[in-house]
Each structure stands twice: as structure tokens, then as C-alpha cells.
Design a binder for this molecule. Structure first.
Ligand SMILES: CC(C)(COP(=O)(O)OP(=O)(O)OC[C@H]1O[C@@H](n2cnc3c(N)ncnc32)[C@H](O)[C@@H]1OP(=O)(O)O)[C@@H](O)C(=O)NCCC(=O)NCCS
Length: 194
């Protein structure tokens, strides 16, 4: 299986929306807002950072040359003014769940993001019921984070009462998690060859 990531192209945006509207994905994810259309998404991708320094990127995930998922990234100032923030949201087609694809894709992306900006803080949030995404978040070294109460309330209203948790990841935590994963994989290989 050949997995690559690359910046999303305009021609892929319809497929991203199809995935975001897939009923299996919508069990674990917000439906795009009414104002979020393929056209507004394309405009956001093309736009330079706004006055507050906020900008948007999207990364496509391809397996054997077919797009199977994406990672949306909103960049902006972090709560600590010495750092920068990137809020990530991701989705994968159900046909490809459970094969370790998202952790591999996120590893490729986070390597790039921390290389570009060692002071980056990556944020992710997921519904408490989303065990798969929670596991991905855990494996990559994210730590639980306190959500601002206004953000928490906005989520509560938008999700109609579903609990959501926020996590944060810095470069050090990410490197430690990768080292831990490599050690576990090496132990598993050793015990398989015994
Ligand atoms: C969440 C998602 C991105 C995970 O990607 P993935 O490539 O399938 O992730 P993995 O294959 O590494 O599986 C993640 C973990 O979930 C575990 N898992 C699989 N099925 C599970 C289940 N029914 N309940 C709990 N955990 C489960 C896997 O065992 C794996 O953990 P492990 O590595 O310790 O074995 C993908 O399933 C997805 O896009 N889901 C729908 C949309 C979504 O949830 N988006 C994220 C919103 S925050």
C-alpha cells in the first residue's frame, strides 16, 4: 500500500465534501455548516492570512493514488503569545478505517508542520464517543487540554449536547510519542520472531 500526503487541489474539494457528508463519518463528526460549501472552501484555501494571522490549509491523503481522506488545518495565534497554533480536523473513508492509515498520514504531516515551525502547538478535538479518533490522538502524544468555556458552550450547542474533548500536542510530546511507538513496534517484531 502506497500512502502519500499532498496539499489539496481544487479538483479534490468535491470529494472532500462527499466524505464530510458521508453518514458513517457524520456519526463522529460535525456536518459542514450551511455557509461551508466547496466554493467557500476553495476561497479559504486561496486566501492569504487575515488580519489576526489566521490561515487555512488542507492536506489530502492518497492510498495507491486514490484520495481516501483529508486533514484540515486552521493556523492562528496560540493562547501563549510565544507559540503558534494549528487546529486539525481529519476524516478517512470508511473503506480504509482500521488499517493504521490516519496515524501514518498524520505522522507525515506533523513531521512537516513541526519542521516548519518548532513552536507550533497542534490542537485536535473529538467527541468522547469517538474511540478510534481518541486512540489516534493518544498514539501521537496529544495531551488533554482545557477548552475555553465559550468554545465548550459553542460545541455543546452545535453538537446538541454531545460531549467533546480537546487535546494539544507540542514538538517534544510528539517526538516522545514517536519514540515510544518505535520501541513498541520493535518489541512486537522481536516477540513475533521468537
Ligand atoms: C477516526 C479515524 C480518523 C481513525 O483512522 P484510522 O486510520 O482508521 O485509525 P487506526 O486504523 O489507527 O485505528 C485507530 C484505533 O482505533 C481502534 N479501533 C478500531 N475499531 C474500534 C472500535 N470499534 N472501537 C474502539 N477502537 C477501535 C484500532 O484498534 C486502533 O487502535 P490500535 O492502533 O491501538 O489498534 C477514522 O476512523 C475516521 O475517519 N472516522 C470517521 C470520521 C472521524 O471520526 N473523524 C475524526 C473526527 S475527530
Amino acid at each position: 500500500m502506497a500512502l502519500i500526503i499532498k496539499p489539496t487541489e481544487r479538483r479534490e474539494i468535491e470529494a472532500i465534501f462527499a466524505l464530510r457528508r458521508d453518514p458513517d463519518v457524520l456519526l463522529h463528526q460535525y456536518r459542514p455548516r450551511r455557509s461551508e460549501t466547496p466554493e467557500s472552501f476553495a476561497r479559504k484555501l486561496d486566501a492569504p492570512p487575515d488580519r489576526l494571522g489566521m490561515s487555512f490549509r488542507c492536506t489530502s491523503i492518497l492510498v495507491d493514488d486514490v484520495m481516501v481522506g483529508h486533514v484540515m488545518q486552521h493556523f492562528g495565534p496560540a493562547p501563549d503569545p510565544r507559540l503558534n497554533a494549528c487546529e486539525c480536523g481529519w476524516n478517512l473513508a470508511k473503506s480504509h478505517w482500521g488499517q493504521g492509515i490516519m496515524p501514518r498520514a498524520l505522522t507525515l504531516l506533523f513531521d512537516q508542520l513541526f519542521e516548519e515551525d518548532p513552536k507550533l502547538l497542534i490542537f485536535a478535538s473529538c467527541f468522547t464517543s469517538n474511540h478510534r479518533s481518541r486512540r489516534v490522538i493518544e498514539k501521537l502524544g496529544f495531551q488533554r487540554d482545557q477548552m475555553h468555556w465559550i468554545v465548550w458552550l459553542t460545541h455543546l450547542i452545535r453538537s446538541r449536547g454531545r460531549r467533546i474533548e480537546q487535546f494539544r500536542l507540542d514538538r517534544r510530546g510528539y517526538r516522545l510519542a514517536l519514540a515510544h511507538l518505535a520501541a513498541v513496534e520493535s518489541l512486537e517484531r522481536e516477540s513475533a520472531s521468537d
